[in-house]
Design a protein around this ligand. Sequence first.
Ligand code: AMP
Length: 188
Amino acid sequence: MNLIIFGPPGAGKGTQADFIVKKYNLFQLSTGELLRSEIKNKTELGIKISSAINGGSLVSDDIVKKLVEIFISNEKYKDRLIFDGYPRNLIQAKTLNELLRQHNQKIDLVLKLSVSLDIIKKRILERRTLEKRSDDSEEIAIKRYKTYEKSTEPVIEYYKKLNLLKVIDGERSIDQINKEISDIISLI
Ligand code: AMP
């Protein structure tokens, strides 16, 4: 089983992805994390992409494609991938389909964790009180939420048309969401 998980920052995507990875023995492929580790290790690629990442813009589709292909072509991860942060646009969604097809795989399920902006703001403010994180301001939260909505909307629509999309109400408890995800997965 290969799946994609979508959700705005603060939706609990990390928590749910961890749960799915452990329960179904999958591998979480986060393009953001892969890119950040290239920068940290000061690789040739890392140097090339650092300004795009630090400036908050997207890295080129070609670069991300190469990184993703390394995992899709590896037998170790065959039918065990959970894509996080990828695809980010329609070109990437089509590229992903093609790469998977070349390696006799497909996307089996697309999960979208749906959480309203009001709840995200509340969670971020709570987290700020608890963890004192400097990036947890309301203003930044709103900006990241709107960017997420705008950029992923066409991609989500694409998967909806393919009948692969399941929208999960992300405003409930972690356990309730875990259960709903397990129920959905048990049906595929
Ligand atoms: P994330 O951790 O998913 O929020 O990604 C952090 C940063 O990595 C983004 O702001 C982009 O600069 C870059 N990035 C991650 N995934 C992609 C992608 N699929 N396409 C292009 N850039 C990406």
